[in-house]
Design a protein around this ligand. Structure first.
Ligand code: ADE
Length: 253
């Protein structure tokens, strides 16, 4: 049976997922706790990526090499940087770029050395399912939470996500980051710290990968205040609603 690994960065994001697992068994790999169990008839592994690209790459490798994950989904929070991407919205990744990767002048800025590309695409089939799951979760979650401005219903966006080893928390810093990305031809909707690394590991192993991020902050001067509040109150039910809808869609295929 195919084994789906679901990665989250933080324990708060994972809480609601763990509650859905039947017959959970705790395994240890590379110092990480991995929960194996059944969810809506699927064999599922739940793990924390930890924070940052290297930690996330280790976790993804352990799940694929050590525990036989044959598909990987990341669900977590991100800073919204695209126009109209508000706190509480959902961003489904179409592809990833590492905003802090720069081996110039040997390789063009952002290009992953020896891969001949700067972006890694998500699996189109799983991404289409994740988009549908996010839309259905957004409808279910409408009005239940008031993340900050209280949108009536979270908007679901699809596009490029930029990852880097940096919590982006300042308007000036964000402006510089966006200008550099734009100069390289990249317009990202959100920033986070793990997705591109997991995408690269999955690319190396030929394992389908998809990712969805709930927007916890706008990567601006208020990000450090908005982020913990959102993670505490909202991230877990969002992840649970999205992944429940995703697994239902996966069953009905
Ligand atoms: N994850 C959530 N918010 C973020 C931010 N502002 N920067 C990087 N990663 C994040």
């Amino acid at each position: 049976m195919a084994t789906l690994a679901i990665l989250s960065a933080l324990a708060e994001e994972q809480q609601g997922l763990l509650a859905c697992l039947s017959q959970p068994v705790c395994l240890r790999r590379a110092g990480r706790e991995v929960w194996r169990g059944q969810w809506l008839g699927h064999e599922v592994l739940l793990a924390l990526s930890r924070i940052g690209k290297v930690a996330a790459a280790t976790t993804a490798t352990a799940l694929i090499e050590g525990l036989g994950a044959s598909r990987v989904v990341f669900t977590g929070v991100a800073g919204g940087i695209g126009p109209g991407v508000r706190v509480g919205d959902l961003v489904v990744a179409t592809d990833f770029v590492q905003h802090d990767l720069d081996a110039s002048p040997l390789f063009p800025r952002f290009e992953i050395p020896l891969y001949g590309r700067s972006r890694l695409a998500c699996d189109p089939v799983m991404t289409a399912l994740l988009l549908r799951a996010s839309e259905s979760a957004a409808t279910g979650l409408a009005g239940q939470f008031d993340p900050i401005s209280g949108p009536a219903r979270p908007t679901v966006h699809a596009g490029l996500i930029a990852s880097g080893d940096r919590f982006v928390s300042g308007a000036a810093e964000l402006q510089g980051l966006q200008q550099r990305l734009l100069a390289g031809g990249h317009v990202a909707l959100a920033v986070e710290m793990e997705g591109a690394a997991v995408a690269q590991v999955c690319f190396d192993y030929g394992v389908p990968f998809a990712a969805v991020r709930t927007i916890s902050d706008r990567a601006d001067d208020a990000a450090h205040v908005d982020f913990p509040r959102f993670v505490r109150d909202v991230a877990s039910p969002y992840a649970q609603a999205i992944m429940t809808a995703f697994l239902r869609l996966l069953s009905s295929r």
